[in-house]
Design a protein around this ligand. Structure first.
Ligand code: PMP
Length: 362
């Protein structure tokens, strides 16, 4: 059978080893006689799974002791409401939230936040068709803003921050890292809140990770739903209500896999190598085009266009025939997109590069 490489933006490829382990443990987890899906979230078996997952994630990302790791539900989009609902309780009203608009996902965050606060778009590259991160010197930040929200990797536009903003220390930075968390080393202490939907670099859809600095917890607006109130969730170790247990279990297997790979530093080196390989093939001549400025190019999500777009369907059919799946670009931007998350092996990228070269007649 042709080897399959899955370039989906999410839900996305998971490590084969993890899927195999989950299959082996499906009917009887560690001799418990139960599937993880069947376990009480308050029983000793699941508590041990949960505690190990939190411990491993803390180690992988060097999460400082004054940060809580929360497993929530609702995906990345719900965070756009959950965050203002949790952060605006102690601010003088009307509060202002600063945003940097770098693409589709920060755009959605801006729209949602505007339901709860005044929104200031401190910088936008919309006029530049979302092809770069506006340099920080150009940002017009609000003194006393409740927080600054950025999307550090725009999954659709393929734009990634290569710096951490330097802003007034009293303004927390909220970062949507959904599509590149665990792909590169980060200094968690520079952020107030980091969040990520799981379905790219963590595990199956349904788990949303939030890493929240403790002093930001306990400031929810009275209308914040209890199940999303960081204080209630943190005090209950993410078990205020039933958490997405199976998703947390798979996330834990992915974290253990990452540790075996050498952790985030080793992953980052591989991700640099993988993305350089692919960009080099796209840049070789003008048969393909990636429009993102070189210093803002994502290592995870690489959109590209064929010079002759009438060949799109032929390109995709040929790719599928070689086992290169889900390369069609997001419907809002068209073209192609290769998502090359942690679990995509370099062999998959090499196989795509070989196909790109062959299709271009090189
Ligand atoms: N933020 C980013 C950067 C994303 O890529 C996505 C999903 N692709 C979301 C937010 C929304 O996540 P969800 O679909 O889990 O709500």
């Amino acid at each position: 059978m042709t080897q399959i490489f899955n370039f989906s933006a999410g839900p996305a490829v998971l490590p084969k080893e993890v899927l195999q382990q989950a299959a082996d443990e499906m009917l009887n987890w560690h001799g418990s006689g139960m599937s993880v899906m069947e376990m009480s979230h308050r029983g000793p078996e699941f508590i041990s799974i949960y505690e190990e997952a939190v411990r491993d994630l803390r180690e992988l990302l060097n999460v400082p002791a004054n940060y809580k790791i929360l497993f929530l539900q609702g995906g990345g989009l719900a965070q756009n409401a959950i965050i203002p609902l949790n952060m605006l309780g102690n601010t003088t009203q009307p509060a202002t939230i600063d945003f940097v608009h770098t693409g589709s996902w920060s755009g959605k965050s801006i729209k949602e936040a505007a339901r709860y606060a005044r929104v200031n778009v401190a910088a936008s590259n919309e006029a530049g068709a979302f092809t770069f991160v506006p340099p920080q010197e150009s940002w017009k930040l609000t003194p006393g803003a409740a927080y600054l929200h950025i999307c550090t990797n725009e999954t659709i536009d393929g734009v990634e921050f290569n710096f951490v903003p330097e802003i007034a220390p009293e303004t927390p930075i909220v970062a949507d890292m959904s599509s590149h968390i665990l792909s590169r080393q980060i200094d968690v202490s520079r952020y107030g809140v980091i969040f990520a939907g799981a379905q790219k670099n963590i595990g199956p859809a349904g788990v949303t990770l939030a890493i929240v600095r403790e002093d930001l917890i306990g400031k929810a607006l009275p209308i914040c739903p209890s199940a999303f109130d960081w204080k209630l969730v943190a005090d209950a170790d993410s078990m205020y209500n039933t958490p997405p247990t199976y998703g947390i279990y798979i996330a834990g297997l992915v974290f253990a896999w990452l540790k075996r790979q050498g952790g985030v530093a080793a992953m980052e080196q591989r991700n640099i190598a993988k993305s350089e390989l692919l960009y080099a093939a796209l840049d070789a001549d003008d048969f393909y085009q990636n429009r993102v400025a070189k210093d803002s190019r994502s290592r995870m999500n690489i959109p590209f266009y064929l010079r002759d777009e009438s060949m799109n369907e032929k390109f995709l059919a040929g790719a599928r025939a070689r086992g290169l799946l889900q390369l069609k670009g997001h419907k809002s931007v068209g073209g192609m997109r290769a998502s090359i998350y942690n679990a995509m092996p370099i062999e998959g990228v090499q196989s795509l590069v070989d196909y790109l070269n062959e299709f271009a007649g090189r």
